[in-house]
Design a binder for this molecule. Structure first.
Ligand code: FRU
Length: 449
């Protein structure tokens, strides 16, 4: 692919958090604390390809559309995290923000780093302001994990329940099964193993677990690796989604059916909303992102508000704060071609069984026979991305947030979502509609200082 034809200002996102330079992966430590939202993330400041030190970067802001980048918040600078400050969470207690993360340690020597050679330490740090960090304190080491675990144990998520603190960790067993481990504590410092959960034939590793409660129903979100790929499910190299979680884990549903979504984490906003943010990227993908040649790679998704639907599944919608960025809409009718500046929000709530929307002649979104398809017709513009599909029993509308180099497509009120990067050559996009009408709202840029 000829990457140098791309200009920085064409691809630089205006509505999505992405680093100025370097590499981003998982969102970490999401919380509302001290009057601000805090978004930490897996950050490799030295390399757009993820090489060098693996740190936590940090943005903060009061309203989800104005942000300040405060720089590198945690770096691998102690023996217990010397090979990387891996993923983790934020937990607010008594005017302190507690950050729990995995200190990754790779020993020198002849190791497979699955059964030997890797230390996976749960480390706690506290901060009074999200920026200035206490000393690091290791809470759990490999010897604290059950004997059936390999060295892959990571990504703590902590919450409080019935007067006790709980932690869930993702893990890989010695016989290559993904699972989650649950720990308990009375003081956030001393943790004891409680129980594990798994599901037969569901991958070799579960990363980034999260327990989500919505209207009295409990869910376990995981990012499993090693699932078999199908035409309509688990189409990407790694998946992410949630189980219904009662006595067992059952009825897994994927969070997102597009090309670029992984390792999401949830948190509770001050008004009680449950908000999910994902990495709009995945590790080990067979497609590329031309921003890397320009010095940075990957962004987070737009924060998504989660609600429980009547059928017991989770619906996702872009947070309502995005509405403050909307400008005067332009309507489009069946058969029309209109040009809009990027970024924009497109909405159509007409029920129909068949339609197509073509963006810039490079990307076709279409519904037919109960299947919604996202297809790149220009391989360059997709960086090698091809086609993704999702089954939709009952189409009730489509909403799209198109940023400079990404699309998030919310189908049927957020019942299904698809996210993808795309790489147009202009800062405006032509949209052709067949069998569908709706409105396009140009969006103002969010502020990131
Ligand atoms: C998920 C993940 C986590 C790990 C982190 C390292 O993308 O592999 O399991 O903590 O990324 O960057």
């Amino acid at each position: 692919m000829k990457v140098m034809m791309y200009m920085k200002n064409v691809l630089r996102q205006r509505l999505h958090l992405e680093p100025e330079h370097g590499w981003l992966n998982d969102p970490n430590g999401l919380c509302f604390f001290g009057g601000k939202y805090h978004v930490y993330f897996q950050y490799s400041p030295e390399s757009a390809y993820g090489d060098g030190d693996k740190c936590w970067g940090h943005w903060q802001g009061s309203d989800l559309v104005h942000w300040e980048f405060t720089g590198t918040a945690l770096r691998p600078d102690c023996p217990d995290d010397r090979s990387g400050v891996y993923s983790g969470c934020g937990f607010v207690k008594d005017s302190l923000l507690n950050l729990f993360y995995t200190g990754n340690v790779k020993e020198d020597g002849d190791h497979d780093y699955v059964t030997s050679g890797r230390g996976a330490n749960v480390i706690r740090v506290t901060t009074p302001d999200g920026v200035n960090m206490s000393a690091k304190h290791t809470l759990l080491k490999n010897s604290d994990y059950p004997d059936f675990c390999s060295c892959h144990v990571r990504d703590p998520k902590v919450w409080e329940e019935n007067g006790a603190y709980r932690m869930v960790l993702g893990a890989r067993t010695l016989d290559d099964k993904g699972c989650v481990l649950f720990y308990r504590s009375d003081d956030l410092e001393n943790w004891s193993y409680d129980y594990m959960m798994t599901v037969p034939d569901f991958g070799y590793m579960w990363e980034c677990p999260d327990v989500i409660d919505l209207n009295g129903k409990r869910f376990l979100s995981i990012s499993p690796q090693g699932l078999a790929h199908g035409a309509y499910e688990h189409q990407n190299v790694y998946s992410s989604g949630y189980f219904r979680y009662d006595d067992t884990l059952h009825d897994f549903e994927e969070w997102d059916y597009g090309f670029d979504f992984y390792a999401p984490q949830s948190f509770t906003a001050p008004d009680g909303r449950t908000i999910l943010i994902g990495w709009m990227g995945i590790g080990d993908i067979p497609y590329s992102n031309p921003t890397a040649e320009l010095g940075w790679q990957h962004c987070l998704t737009i924060p998504r508000e989660l609600t429980l639907s009547q059928d017991g599944s989770i619906y996702q919608r872009p947070v309502r704060e995005i509405n403050s960025l909307k400008q005067i809409p332009v309507n489009f009718a069946d058969g029309e071609k209109i040009v809009s500046q990027l970024p924009f929000y497109l909405a159509s709530f007409a029920e129909c069984e068949r339609f197509s929307l073509v963006i810039e002649g490079i990307l076709v979104m279409s519904l037919s026979d109960g299947v919604f398809t996202l297809k790149f017709t220009d391989e360059n513009a997709g960086g090698g991305r091809t086609v993704r599909r999702v089954k939709l029993e009952n189409f009730t509308g489509i909403e799209i947030i198109a940023d400079m180099s990404s699309l998030e497509i919310y189908l049927s009120g957020g019942e299904k979502v698809m996210s993808t990067r795309f790489y147009p050559r202009e800062t405006a996009a032509a949209i052709t509609a067949h069998g569908i009408s709706g409105s396009i709202y140009p969006l103002k840029e969010m502020e990131v200082r």
